[in-house]
Structure formats: structure tokens, C-alpha cells
Ligand binder design. Structure first.
Ligand code: AMP
Ligand code: MG
Length: 340
């Protein structure tokens, strides 16, 4: 954690910028990473607007409820005129609702997740980050996966042409990066990945998310991004649609980056049936009464859709080959670190 302590040495307040923050912001590597981040955003916006037909629609950052599906993270409260609101851990419910106004949308959405302390050493977790959040009416899971693949490919292709001097500062080879997106991304089922991990001697539940350490392992073994599909019901929120054919299997997907960079994206086809959503809420011990505004919209009818969220800092970390995700943001907030 030595390098992490760069942002850990704290003296907040008193009108001075802690030296570690200054050192981070003024380093030539940070400058190069942030220019790459800008080009990633440029490419993503162009692709989603012009190739997919989305509009960019800023999403709320507070609400009476937020995504209950965030793996072990605590939600942060806000006092909203005497009511307890939440900071968005993910704006998934608003994305679905936004489709009533426009059929294809995206947003660069800020999320706050008070991640468990043990995640501060994964190199992949921040307590505040951004998602490239996409929701598409009438899309199937397979179609949404093609769009997620297109987002990643267009970002990599653009950066490998437009950021040569930045990649040189960062010691990254644009040709090696480009090669990773040459072929269509492979697809594996959750069941197969669990089996592979067990065959390698790792323990992994078949009813849950892939453990942090196992995620690192499968990512390290890959030379190109790949999808995992069909996560089990226990691992995800009520909004991932359940297979009609295979009970307990969800029509969802993750995209995993190669070389140990880990998960880049999660997405799914969405459940939009009122009764199914309420039943799934009950199964996951969520109180439907808390979701009043959302359930009212669902009852009146929401378009069938599929969508996903790509972690912006995770994508930039991979493209710039950084050791830690905090190096891919100007103002890193690490779980448990009170710095800025
Ligand atoms: P999720 O819906 O939890 O899968 O989040 C969507 C995407 O956001 C993930 O695939 C990651 O790329 C990114 N992400 C999730 N949690 C974090 C975190 N704590 N720090 C940075 N990025 C994250
Ligand atoms: Mg995920």
C-alpha cells in the first residue's frame, strides 16, 4: 500500500492542499492518464450517439432508494428536507425510467459506494467512481453485449491513435493494446468459469459473484477481454431478468479485462413485469414500499430493455496500464481512506 499512501497522508482543512494531492495532480503520469480519459469519453460519446443512436441524459445522484445490488457496499445517506435519501450506488432504476422519455440513453454517472475495507487492496475499488451507464429499449442481452463490446473497442481504437504521446509517457504499447480488441470477445457461462476455477484448485460458490481473488485469477489468464454470462439469481439485484427456461439463471453478463485488470462492466436484460419485480424484491428481502415511485412507473408499464454500466476509471486504468484504479482519477477516494 506504499503508493496508495500517496493519497493517504492527510491534512485536510486549513485552506492548504495536502502535498500528496498536489503531487498526484501535478505528476506527468496523472496528466497523461487524464488526457487519455478525456479521449476515452470522446470516443464513447461519439460511438453511443452516432452508432447506437443514444442521447446523453444526466441521471440523478440522490433518491429515496438506490441500487440494492451493490456487492457488500454500504449506501451513504443524505438528509433531504427531513427525509433520508441515498447517494446513488448505481442509477439503474432511473435508467429504466428514462426510457419513457427517450428509447436509448447513456450517462456518465457518478456513484458513491462505501465499499468494504478489504477492497482497498484489490487495486480495483474506489468509494466514488463513474459508470458509463447505458440503457436501450427493446434490446436483448445479446444486443446489449454487442454495444458494450463496441464501446470498449471504440475507446481502445481511438486512444491507440489519438494518445500516442500520452501512452509513451505511461510506458504503454498502443499496438499491444489494439491487439486485445482485434477479435470478437469470447463468451463463457458462469457455470463454466466456476468449474474452471475449481479445476485449478480454487474454491468458488456456484450461487454467487466470482470472488475478488478468483476474478483476478481469471483476468490474469486472459489475453483479451471476455464475457461471463448467466450469473445466478443470488448474485444480483431484482432488475436482472430471470431465464424462463432455466430457473435461477439470469439474462445478464459481465465483461472482464485481460492481464489482471478484472471486471470492467456488468449488464443485463431487465425485468419489467410488475409482479415479477415485486416477487424478486421479496426474495431478496427488499421492502417494495421503499420503491414507491419506481413501482408506480413499472405498474403503468416500462419498456422492455437491456443495459449495462462500464466503470470509467476501470476502463481508463486498463487502457493506461496503471497498477491501481486510483491512478486513473484526479481525486481518488479509496475505501476507508479519508484524504480529500
Ligand atoms: P456493478 O453494477 O456493481 O457491476 O458496477 C458497474 C461497473 O462499475 C463495474 O463493472 C465496474 O467496472 C465499476 N465499479 C463497480 N464498483 C466499483 C468501485 N468500487 N470502484 C471502481 N469501479 C467500480
Ligand atoms: Mg458487477
Amino acid at each position: 500500500l506504499n503508493e496508495v499512501s500517496g493519497v493517504q497522508s492527510v491534512r485536510v482543512g486549513g485552506g492548504t492542499v495536502p502535498p500528496a494531492v498536489r503531487a498526484h495532480l501535478t505528476s506527468k503520469e496523472t496528466g497523461a492518464v487524464l488526457r487519455v480519459q478525456h479521449e476515452v469519453l470522446t470516443a464513447v460519446r461519439l460511438y453511443l450517439s452516432h452508432e447506437v443512436g443514444c442521447i446523453e441524459l444526466p441521471l440523478p445522484i440522490i433518491g429515496p432508494v438506490t441500487d440494492p445490488g451493490a456487492r457488500g457496499a454500504k449506501q451513504a445517506d443524505v438528509d433531504y428536507y427531513g427525509h433520508r435519501y441515498k447517494l446513488m450506488t448505481s442509477a439503474i432504476l432511473y435508467k429504466q425510467a428514462a426510457l419513457l422519455a427517450a428509447p436509448r440513453i447513456f450517462s456518465i454517472a457518478p456513484n458513491v459506494r462505501l465499499e468494504p475495507l478489504e477492497t482497498s487492496s484489490t487495486g480495483r475499488h474506489l468509494a466514488e467512481f463513474h459508470q458509463i451507464d447505458v440503457e436501450l429499449s427493446g434490446f436483448t442481452r445479446t444486443e446489449a453485449m454487442a454495444v458494450a463490446e463496441g464501446v470498449v473497442r471504440s475507446a481502445v481504437q481511438h486512444v491507440s491513435e489519438a494518445c500516442l504521446s500520452e501512452l509513451e509517457i505511461l510506458g504503454c504499447d498502443p499496438a499491444a493494446l489494439l491487439i486485445t480488441v482485434n477479435e470478437p470477445f469470447a463468451k463463457h457461462s458462469h457455470v463454466d468459469i466456476v468449474e474452471d476455477l475449481r479445476a485449478l484448485g480454487h474454491s468458488q460458490s456456484g450461487d454467487a459473484e466470482i470472488d475478488w481473488q478468483n476474478e483476478l485469477e481469471i483476468s490474469q489468464r486472459a489475453a483479451a477481454p471476455f464475457f461471463i454470462v448467466d450469473y445466478p439469481k443470488g448474485s444480483r439485484g431484482f432488475y436482472d431478468k430471470e431465464s424462463e427456461q432455466f430457473t435461477g439463471v439470469l439474462h445478464n453478463f459481465d465483461l472482464i479485462a485481460p492481464d489482471g485488470f478484472g471486471e470492467l462492466c456488468s449488464g443485463s436484460e431487465r425485468e419489467s413485469d410488475y409482479r415479477a419485480i415485486v416477487a424478486r424484491m421479496r426474495e431478496t428481502a427488499e421492502n417494495p414500499a421503499k420503491y414507491g415511485w419506481y413501482l408506480e412507473l413499472v405498474r403503468g408499464g416500462l419498456p422492455a430493455s437491456a443495459g449495462f454500466g462500464i466503470g470509467l476509471e476501470r476502463l481508463v486504468r486498463w487502457v493506461t496500464g496503471r497498477d491501481y484504479v486510483w491512478q486513473a482519477t484526479a481525486f481518488p477516494k479509496l475505501p476507508g481512506v479519508v484524504a480529500l
